[in-house]
Design a protein around this ligand. Structure first.
Ligand SMILES: Cc1cc2nc3c(=O)[nH]c(=O)nc-3n(C[C@H](O)[C@H](O)[C@H](O)COP(=O)(O)OP(=O)(O)OC[C@H]3O[C@@H](n4cnc5c(N)ncnc54)[C@H](O)[C@@H]3O)c2cc1C
Length: 378
């Protein structure tokens, strides 16, 4: 059996795990990714990547390849139901999760990285750093990066304040259809909001509609829904908003789960990254971006401290806990603003959106964050 005792063992080949693999290999650190699926796969949902993460993808030599198969909208339009409030300049790249994962995976393989599929993590021996999988295999590694997503078993087993995933009270309808719109479109309505954007030059467009509900129906990405049920949830909107979905039968309904923020992202030889560390509601489009920031930061610090992972963990935690908890809380607040129902508050929110630079100021606070600047100041 291959000896991985000098490698970092990464559990989970999603955005966090594969980006960490690339960033670590660029620092000259050996890695192996263990992924439970039988291949790199992602559902065809849309994802937007903002400048804070794009800058890091550029440094990892991934951004240019991503852009080739994605879209760069020039503006974002904010509407209250069907009435335009304003538009702003935007700097995001919009793509599909499939494409994003594929380009990161390709880069990881190009850098000599290894992914071992059909290996579902089961448990580990923290003293020996031996990881065991559901197929009976086990491997000793030097350090473990837990990138196993919102339902992270490692978080559950080794972090006492982990908490169970809980329903956030929001459910999302999503689909990818066709549209001629070249912009990001936001629609706010009472107790709901909708976001759509093109994800390539052929007009493929991502649609996500979010409603507030009391009960979860299930958190599978694959739970199919019908357009009739979707329209029932968004009665106040003009039907034109939903024309994107005329060209697809694949409409899914999915419940959004969160976990409470952690006090620590590290323990002994285990470090949490991405949704395993901080699953958040997606209303600022930052969950994947934070996973990229986590991965880049850990690798940069590991490179700087010549693979002294104890020291890396201390600095990683110092930088990432503050940033992730802030974005987690701001995303929750954004959900509340998006879904205001009281007509006086709706009027005030719309007034502020329309006549003040509040959106740009809030976005700049997220987008201008520079990991390398933060590391320099340590
Ligand atoms: C509707 C919606 C819209 C979103 N929009 C955006 C957006 O626009 N921009 C943005 O930045 N973010 C967005 N996000 C958030 C983003 O999708 C997540 O934050 C991101 O996918 C987290 O990546 P991850 O690698 O940490 O976890 P995941 O993507 O969940 O990857 C975890 C990986 O670990 C594997 N795994 C799990 N358990 C095990 C195990 N036991 N053993 C081995 N492997 C395992 C899984 O198979 C998977 O490959 C959105 C989320 C939703 C739901």
């Amino acid at each position: 059996m291959t000896d991985y005792s000098s490698h970092i063992g990464i559990i989970g080949g999603g955005i966090a795990g594969l980006t960490a693999g690339c960033a670590l290999r660029l620092q000259g650190i050996e890695t192996v990714v263990f992924e439970r699926a039988h291949e790199i796969s992602e559902y065809g949902a849309g994802i937007s990547i903002s400048p804070n993460a794009l800058r890091l993808l550029k440094k990892l030599d991934i951004k240019d390849e991503l852009i080739k198969s994605s879209f760069i909208p020039k503006s974002a339009v904010f509407n209250h139901l069907n009435k335009k409030l304003r538009d702003i300049h935007t700097e995001v790249v919009t793509s599909s999760r499939q494409k994003l994962i594929q380009v990161i995976y390709n880069k990881y393989i190009e850098l000599g990285g290894e992914v071992i599929f059909e290996h579902e993590y089961v448990n580990l021996n923290q003293d020996t750093c031996e990881i065991s999988f559901n197929n009976g295999h086990s491997y000793v590694v030097k350090h473990i990066l837990a990138c196993d997503g919102i339902r992270s078993s490692i978080r559950q087993q080794y972090f006492s304040s982990s908490g169970e995933p809980v329903y956030s009270g929001y459910s999302a309808w999503r689909g990818i259809g066709l549209s001629s719109s070249k912009q990001v479109q936001f629609y706010f309505g009472p107790g709901s909001h909708i976001v759509s954007y093109p994800i390539d030059d052929e007009g493929r467009t991502s649609f996500v509609g979010v409603i507030k509900t009391k009960e979860s129906a299930g958190d599978s990405w694959k739970m199919k829904g019908s357009k009739a049920d979707l329209l029932e949830d968004f009665k106040n909107y003009d039907e034109n908003v939903f024309s994107i979905l005329d060209s697809t039968a694949d409409i899914y309904k999915w419940d959004i789960y969160v976990r409470p923020p952690l006090k620590s992202m590290c323990t002994k030889n285990i470090t949490l990254l991405g949704d395993a560390a901080h699953p958040m509601v997606p209303f600022l489009g930052q969950g994947g971006c934070m996973a990229i920031e986590d991965a880049y930061t850990f690798a940069a610090l590991a490179g700087r401290s010549s693979s002294d992972y104890k020291n890396t963990q201390i600095l990683y935690q110092k930088i990432r806990l503050k940033r992730n908890n802030k974005i987690h809380a701001t995303s929750m607040m954004q959900g509340k603003l998006n879904h205001i129902e009281n007509s006086v508050l709706v009027f005030l929110r719309n007034l502020i959106l329309k006549y003040t630079p509040i959106i740009s100021i809030r976005l700049r606070g997220i987008w201008d964050y520079d990991v390398d600047e933060e590391i320099k100041q340590l």
